[in-house]
Design a protein around this ligand. Structure first.
Ligand SMILES: *Cc1c(COP(=O)(O)O)cnc(C)c1O
Length: 464
């Protein structure tokens, strides 16, 4: 063994204690460190020939890189839709690397069964039936990609071709109907060979991001029995609007389509009785995408993907190799996801659900919604700002009352960031440049709301 490696092995206890100490200090600094910052110019150094061991590597990381990291794990990083990591999920994530399992095939470890238990807990958390079978993937983009791959295979089934064997050419032109479509759907369609232009945009309801069911039905009728994919949104990123999943599903009686629901963070409405109606009908979907590193507050990267058609999933993702065996009724994960080898990313979720249960996680969701609405009220009362939509759930979408040009909106995002306390991101909503404040971190509390609003107001002064 290389002497430095041998020395690290001999001192593992002490070295992990140092690392743990670093972690404790970093977490304690979240309240004080900037929510976001201008990345300092990178100063790359060459690959070391002689490494100096873990202790020195930790020192180098602490001085060269850690100061440039954002406070994205903290309570006032409100850009995109960004979750943090609950204490239990963090511990679970650490132990994922400690045990370093590869839960691919179930012949050597109980790790795949832990993943199955975590999936089953998630199914119960979101009120889904046993017909929905799930796997862990890296994020909602990958979950959307898998769901659409299943839709693609289903289209083949309707036309008596096997896309997984013959390729997308066997399908011909594919149509995807969707109203307010997340960018990751287009990316997934590009990867899957269906093409970004497969999406036909369906009209939304007036002043809404939710699909107009009558318009959807009209599009379906025009297709004259041609099977298609419908991508529904359960929680749009700008205004957290929801398509009527029950009404969409009812259309299946008359028109053939695969229903994929992008419920990346909106699925969490199911945890709070007051908001659960928003996702009524979710269980009827053919495939469902739910992110976990957003509102479940487990560390990056994790999402779950559910489907009612596991048989199609095995067809698409089967990894044929004699030593891996033939997929059974309870297929190994190697036959279900894009990856073969993968980390036991379910462990962080398992820990958080074991530690806090349904109630603990429901409280995070309910609190985030309450805080977003409280901020919405403050923004609405500020004459220099203008709400772009009512605060349906956990995102406040607003703009500058005066000249909301792209340049001024971007300048405003930077002004907020440079005050150091809060981070928000920009958006284009119904043709107007605006801003989003997205609440999804478990650490954000009532005290943060006036602090956030203070930054929003002070950033106005920097604009002119
Ligand atoms: C965040 C998000 C995605 C993409 O999620 P990643 O985890 O970044 O891959 C897809 N759809 C919706 C609605 C989202 O909010």
């Amino acid at each position: 063994m290389h002497p430095t490696l041998a020395s690290d092995l001999a001192n593992l206890d002490l070295l992990l204690e140092h690392t743990w100490r670093h972690a404790v200090v970093a977490l304690a600094s979240l309240e004080r460190r900037p929510a976001a910052l201008v990345p300092p110019p990178a100063q790359p150094v060459p690959l070391p020939n002689e490494g100096r061991g873990l202790h020195a590597a930790l020192d180098e990381f602490t001085s060269r890189w850690a100061p440039g990291f954002s406070g994205s794990a903290g309570p006032r990083y409100l850009g995109f839709v960004t979750g943090g990591a609950t204490p239990a999920s963090l511990a679970g994530d650490w132990l994922t690397s400690v045990y370093d399992q590869n839960p691919t095939a179930g012949i050597d470890s109980s790790a795949p069964d832990l993943e199955r238990e975590a999936v089953s807990w998630l199914r119960q958390l979101f009120g889904l039936s046993d017909a929905q079978q799930g796997v862990f993937v890296t994020g909602a983009t990958m979950s959307n990609l898998v769901g659409l791959a299943l839709g693609r295979e289903w289209l083949g089934e309707q036309k008596n071709v096997s896309v997984s064997d013959q390729g997308v050419v066997a399908l011909g032109q594919v149509t995807v109907l969707s109203a307010t479509t997340h960018s990751s759907i287009f990316k997934a369609l590009s990867v899957l060979g269906l093409g970004r232009k497969a999406v036909r945009k369906v009209a939304t309801l007036p002043e809404r991001e939710a699909i107009d069911i009558a318009a959807l039905e009209a599009e379906l009728a025009l297709l004259d029995g041609e099977p298609v994919i419908v991508v529904a949104s359960a929680g749009t990123v700008n205004t957290v609007d929801f398509d009527d999943l029950v009404a969409i599903h009812a259309l299946k009686q008359r028109y053939p389509f695969w229903l994929h629901v992008d419920a990346a963070f909106g699925a969490f409405a199911a945890l709070v009785p007051e908001h659960a109606a928003l996702v009524a009908g979710l269980d009827a979907a053919d495939s469902i995408c739910i992110d976990l590193h957003k509102w479940l507050n487990v560390p990056y990267d994790a999402a779950v993907q559910f489907t009612r058609r596991r048989d199609l999933q095995v067809r698409v993702f089967q990894n044929s190799a004699a030593y891996l065996g033939v997929p059974t009724d309870n297929p190994d994960f190697v036959h279900l996801t894009p990856e073969n080898s993968r980390r036991l990313r379910a462990l962080a979720t398992w820990f958080s659900l074991a530690a806090y249960g349904r109630e603990g996680h429901a409280e995070i969701v309910a609190r985030n919604v309450r805080l977003a609405r409280a901020l919405g009220v403050l923004v609405d009362a500020e004459s220099s700002l203008r709400l772009l939509a009512l605060t349906r759930l956990n995102v406040v979408c607003f703009t500058l009352a005066r000249e909301p040009t792209e340049a001024r909106i971007n300048a405003y995002v930077q002004a907020v960031r440079d005050l150091g306390d809060v981070f928000i991101t920009s958006t284009l909503y119904c043709g107007t440049w605006g801003l989003r404040v997205a609440f999804s971190n478990w650490r954000t509390s009532e005290q943060d709301v006036p602090r956030i609003f203070d930054s929003l107001r002070r950033a106005l002064d920097a604009l002119q």
